[in-house]
Design a protein around this ligand. Sequence first.
Ligand code: CTP
Ligand code: CA
Length: 210
Amino acid sequence: MKKHFLITAGPTHEPLDPVRYLTNRSSGKMGYALAGAAAHEGHRVTLISGPCELDVPTGVDFIPVETAAEMYEAVKRYIGKSDIAIFAAAVADYRPAHVPDQKIKKTGDTLTIEFIKNPDILGSAREVFGYQGTLIGFAAETENVEKNARVKLQKKGCDFVVANDVSRKDIGFDSSENEVALIFAEHTEPLPKADKYQLSLDIIERALAI
Ligand code: CTP
Ligand code: CA
């Protein structure tokens, strides 16, 4: 049966001043591969993406955003229409508490910027947005990958979490390949190392089976 997917992808940009921003290391490739694969299989796809250099896959409804706050608003608006929501974005956890109207000048030898926490978009899906569809998160970890990912699964009310060991240099980030494990409440399913399109097909298949 054809479903409606909502997918978040890419990094977010959090402005520091009119000419600078803070961001995350994310190429957006995983989220775009998921969107492309789901659309190719005939599903309806809404792709909410932070700034990326990638071509938007054909047949996808594209909602570009810049900041975590904008991504939050876009997800809030569109998630109710989806059956399956996959959160592949690398959202900045914090943003500057104050963004000056003018460029920050290099007057001091050190610079201190206060940051405040961004809303947890995935963590809002169930409790704030009242989403009842299938919910899939990603977990970027550098240590205790499975344990940390399972904590996120429970905390954010996901059906499963795609756990990503971001300490590995050979895969992930800018690479077109990745090696991930799917973390469910009661078991873990490691997937073989594969290109992000193949991983997307596997993730979509598991999502459709829930
Ligand atoms: N996520 C989100 N909104 C945020 C932060 C994270 O939607 N403000 C989502 C990501 O898209 C991912 C999942 O939550 O699907 C986990 O992101 P991750 O950065 O691994 O975990 P955090 O909960 O942010 O915790 P930490 O960075 O401290 O490990
Ligand atoms: Ca984070």
